[in-house]
Every structure is written in C-alpha cells, then in structure tokens.
Unconditional design. Sequence first.
Length: 458
Amino acid sequence: MTARVQLRMGDFVAVHIVLSAAAVELGMRELYHRFAAETLSMGALAALWIVVSAVAVIGVAGLSAPFRPLICRTVLLIAFGGCAWVLFGDGIFKAVGGRFGSAYVPIAGMLLALAIAAWIIRLEEAQWATARRAIVAGCVLFVAVQPALVAFLAPTLSWPPAGGSAAERPAGTRSSTVFLLLDELNATSAVPFAALLEQRGLRVKTKLLTPVGDGTAQFIPAMFTGLRFEDPKPCSPSSVCSGQNILDFGRIIASRSDIDVVGFSQPYCSIRGLRYCERVPVALAAFDLDRWRCAAWRRTGFPRDTSIADCEPVYNRAWAGMVRGTVAALGRAPIWTQGGFLFAHLPLPHPPGSTPGASLQTHYQENLGRALEVVAGIVARARQAPGDQLRIVIFSDHPLRQEMWCKSHLPYTLNHCVAVDALNDTQVPLIVAGNGELPALDGIAGNDQVFKVAATWR
C-alpha cells in the first residue's frame, strides 16, 4: 500500500511541476506583452491546479481504491494535455492548421491524443513512471531552455542605425526627429496625414510599403533586426523568438544619448541607454469583476440581466485607458523641450473606439481623427523645441484587419459586423516630412526598413 501511495504522490508531484512550468511560460508571455492577454489561460491553469490537488487528496485518502489508477492517470493526462497546449500546442495547431486549413487536422489530433491516453492508462506502473518522468523533463526543459538560448544567441544591436546627419549638422544646432508608428493604419487612410503636414508648411514625401506580416508581433522584431519572425513567441520577459531568429530588447543599445521611446505591448523600455521611456500596459482583467461577469454571460448567457450594452464599455475601458495613457506619455517626452529622437508606437487608429454601439468602421474613422489630432500636436510641440530641423516619419505595422475584428471582438460580432471594401487594404504608408531636404525613399520596399530613413537623412 505504501508503494502505491508513493506512486500516486509521485504522479501528482509530477503534474504540479508541469503546471508550474506552464505558469512560468504564461507569466513570461504576460511580462513581455503586459497586455492582460493570458488572464483566461491563467484562470484555467489555476482551476486545473485545484482539481488536480482535490483528486490527489481523494486518491491518497484511499477512496475509490479499485479505480484509483484509472482516476489518477485520467486526471493527470488532462492536466498534462492542458499544460502541453499552453506550452506549445497552440503554435503547432496554428502551423499545421494554417497550412492545410482543414477540419480534419484538429479531428486527427484529438484521435491521436485519445489513442496515446488509452495507451498510457494501460501501462504498467514502472513504464508509466518512465513516461511520467519524460513528460516532466520535456516540459521543464522547454521552458528553461528558452532564456538560456536568449542569453547565448541573441545579438547585440545599435539603434537607430547611425547615419551622417548628426555628424554633419553645424555646431550648435539641434533637431527633433519623430518616428511615429500608427497601429493598423491603412495606406488608403493616410492621405489626410500627408495633407496635414503640408498644411503645416512641411515638405512631404509618401510611399506605399508592403507589410512584413499581418500582426504587430511579426513586424516589431523584423523592424529592429531586418529578419523575419513568422511565428513570434516571447522567450524571456524581454525577448521574442521565431525559429533561429531572436530579438532581445535588452541587447539593443541606443546609438545616441537623446532617444525617447513611448509604446505598448512590446518591452521597449528594456532598450539600454534611453533618455526617456514609457511603456503603458493594459490594466489586468483578473481583478475586474465586471469583466468576469461579462465573460460568464458571453459563454453561458448568465446572469440573464446582462447585455451587450452593459459589457461593451467593460470590454473597451481597459484599452481606452491604455490609449489615453500612451498619448499622455508621448506628451511628457523630453524631446519637446530638448530636441532629440523620439520613437512612439501608438494604439491608434487601432480599434476599438469610444462610441457605444458603433460599428467597426465608425470606430476606425473616429480613431483616425484622434490620430490626426496627435500628429497636429506633435508638429506644434516640435516647433516649440529648441532646434533648427524638424523631421517626422509616419508608418504602420499592418493595415486594418476587418475580418479579424468582426470575428474576435464581441461587440462587433453581436452588431453583425462585416468588412467593407473601402477599408480593405494590403499596404501601409510611409510618410516622411520635414522643414529641410528629404531623404530618398527608393531603397525602401517593406515596412521593416523604415529605420533606414534615420541612417540616410542628412
């Protein structure tokens, strides 16, 4: 009996180690993005932890003795499966499912998982112990090896790329250079921005660029490294990995002493040598009772007195707070009083918007107007800064993803959201403006090359 109890305890110790590894992985992703994106997964993991602990107590107490091995292994397999999905299953599913695009892929995966589960349940104790140790070792190594690879393989980068502009400026002059990343700005929606800059008396050049990916997570590391990050995953709190390509923001070194950075969703403030940096997070949803209430209503229909009119402000307020915080952080940057170089990643015209019950297209137009106000403010404040040169570069990570928003954002889905042709786009803009000579844009084809402007602007 003692040996059997030890085996059961060994099982549950093993699964708690795997649960801990999965929690570390989720925590690493959340620390990287600070986006409250892992709240549901963390909640599911906590629930799984409670269930496994309860079954451990029942199993060790000797209840249901004839079925104890079956019950214990079944619960453990469920826990292992949940942790495996957290650790790497989602990425594999996307890679395979995206390639074949067939319902047979998840069905085949489920059948394979059931076959493996049936095989494991029938294993002898010694064989199960070996399989258990292998599973635990694999999960722990998967999580632990990632930061180790970053430490040894991540390159050191100097940013922004140095050019001749700083060295060739006459002594005693200053410049204000602003690189503004407007998230989800269509190429066809950029005309008012160029017109605004021209109305403010600046010279303007524009170009249409091909985005390197359909998401910010693919674009940002590509912009800093020039490499492709097709399947980006956080591999430490400040690093992102995709295959052999690694970007560690902590290995990026500012190439000048007057750089300011404002942004969200990426660990920009890990960059070394910045004069000023603010990275604004999305408020955690884990402690928002209204958010949990709406999540329950969305999935079960309860509580019945809840409606989309109640939940839309709940879904949108954390994002709206982050937008306000990012714009406010932009206004605090030292560039406005000291000159220098500013990189700002703003969540505009990125949906959602502020008008309750409005369509995706209405929100996008509203957010375009807010972005135009920000650009007008940048020009006004930059002209008040000491210096003779004003340079502004506006670009985007990817166009508006109407199909995604219509399917994934509940207020739009319940509002029968559909894409409109006027906002369908496959390109993003590059707008370069200044009060002096403008650089040539001939060598820039993709939006991952925008920082070349900093190196060639004289």
